[in-house]
Ligand binder design. Structure first.
Ligand SMILES: [Mg+2]
Length: 462
């Protein structure tokens, strides 16, 4: 085959001279190694070749399915393949997911539906089918787990994988294993995903977003500082709109500017977050990929079709949310030590209030009773467009109190029904960019998983 020779890679040596290096390369279609200076894979002829100097040494990955809900819908109805598809609903609901065709029109996740429809009036709008997405999400998870037990799910369609040391056991580099994994997701499940590969979680997550869809992007140690420098501080984990504007007020908009401040100053100014800012700005992230990382909160929320200011009306909308949260808490085998009320005003101002509960609970009425005084205080005639309730300070249910939960056949059964969800008002992630995280705000997206798995493991250890 007549192969074109690509431009050799030029790098600068510490002395400032230009030098060519042969960066290892892999075919993104079949995973075969591609020798230096080749543009095509010798095995399959694909031109999708990835090269990176540290390709063989990076082992922390973030895998994120592309436009997950919309991809599942397209998979199940090929007639939709070339059409703009939006999964979402309700008059004033938001976009839960949109395909890449819809994105060409400017449609984005978490965008209000009316805005999305104005941008792309001919879009096919489908109501979310959570049961179906959960089932596909479980298949994706199972495929990942065949590669390594160190899978930390972030939501229904994304996870961190730690492939450190798998090279020897699998006989493949982590990069190659990941390419083959994503290929399996395409051929066996019928959806596409993007890979971010780096030496820590922060950068792996950033990387997976750089080359979507069907992406593969590596960020190595040698380039991390240069890569991060010009990027906005909002790229850093945990820097939301509020902190971003505080930083901006202090004259810090890029990560490079963050690096000009010393750690003490940052900690005095931003507390614990200051230390994180200091480290992340330097591409340092010590968090490990933890399959057991606990769910931090479980919540549910709803956007109204018309703003509501009346306390009685708000109260009526609050109750079903408490029931939903309680159901999810029970599914996860967790008790909540505090409750959180979330309100969004008609002009999109976010109000969150929380309080501890007397005794940790997973009962809907206890959640309701704890959160009502918070609502009473906030419902002073202000018109709200959204209400949400959550439980935080979660602890596993005492296992002595629930012997039935320990039956292995129960634990190994499919992970239960996804929460019965959305009807006219789709529960929305109004402030979280990724709507797929709406019901478990951190940690494991399967509400059944965290508590059950811990209980199961404890039992096995006995
Ligand atoms: Mg995704």
């Amino acid at each position: 085959m007549n192969e074109q020779v690509e431009d050799p890679e030029k790098v600068r040596t510490p002395e400032g001279r230009s030098r060519t290096v042969a960066e290892p390369g892999l075919c993104r279609d079949c995973g075969a190694p591609v020798p230096p200076r080749r543009q095509r894979c010798r095995e399959c002829g694909s031109r999708r070749v990835t090269r990176h100097a540290e390709l063989n040494s990076l082992s922390i990955a973030h895998i994120d399915c592309d436009a997950f809900y919309a991809s599942v819908e397209k998979r199940d109805n090929p007639a939709l393949a070339d059409l703009p598809v939006i999964v979402g609903g309700g008059q004033r609901g938001v976009v839960a997911a949109c395909c890449y065709v819809a994105r060409l029109y400017g449609v984005r996740s978490a965008m209000p539906m009316f805005k999305a429809m104005a941008l792309c009036p001919h879009a096919v709008v489908l109501p979310p089918d959570m049961k179906k997405y959960q089932a596909v999400g479980r298949q994706v998870r199972a495929t990942m787990l065949e590669l390594t037990p160190l899978v930390q799910p972030l939501s229904i369609d994304e996870a961190f994988l730690d492939l450190t040391g798998t090279g020897e056991s699998l006989g493949l580099s982590p990069a190659r294993s990941l390419i083959l994994l994503v290929r399996r997701l395409e051929t066996e499940i019928g959806i596409t995903a993007s890979i971010g590969l780096s030496y820590n979680k922060f950068l792996a997550k950033v990387a997976s977003d750089l080359d979507k869809p069907r992406g593969f992007k590596a960020i190595g140690r040698a380039e991390a500082l240069d890569f991060l420098g010009p990027r906005p501080v909002g790229l850093i984990w945990g820097v939301g709109a509020a902190l971003q504007s505080k930083l901006e007020h202090d004259g810090i908009t890029t990560i490079a500017e963050l690096r000009d401040r010393d750690e003490i100053w940052l900690m005095k100014r931003y507390g614990v977050m200051g230390r994180r800012l200091y480290r992340f700005a330097r591409g340092e992230d010590l968090r490990t990929v933890d399959p057991d990382e606990e769910t931090k909160s479980i919540s549910a929320e709803t956007t109204f079709s018309r703003d509501i200011s009346d306390l009685g009306d708000l109260r009526n909308r609050l109750w079903p949310l408490c029931e939903t949260v309680a159901r999810r808490m029970k599914a996860a085998g967790l008790l909540g030590g505090s409750v959180v009320l979330k309100l969004k005003t008609g002009d999109f101002r976010l109000v969150t209030r929380s309080r501890r509960v007397g005794a940790p609970t997973q009962e809907p009425d206890a959640v309701f009773e704890a959160v009502m005084p918070l609502l009473e205080r906030e419902a002073s005639g202000v018109a709200y467009r959204l209400i949400g309730v959550g439980c935080a300070d979660l602890t596993p249910l005492d296992r002595s109190a629930t012997p039935d939960l320990l039956a292995p056949e129960l634990l190994l059964a499919p992970r239960g029904d996804p929460p019965a969800e959305p009807a006219p008002d789709v529960p929305v992630p109004a402030t979280v960019p990724d709507p797929q995280r709406s019901f478990v705000t951190s940690g494991n997206p399967s509400p059944m998983l965290p508590g059950f798995e811990r209980l199961y493991r404890r039992k096995r250890r006995k």
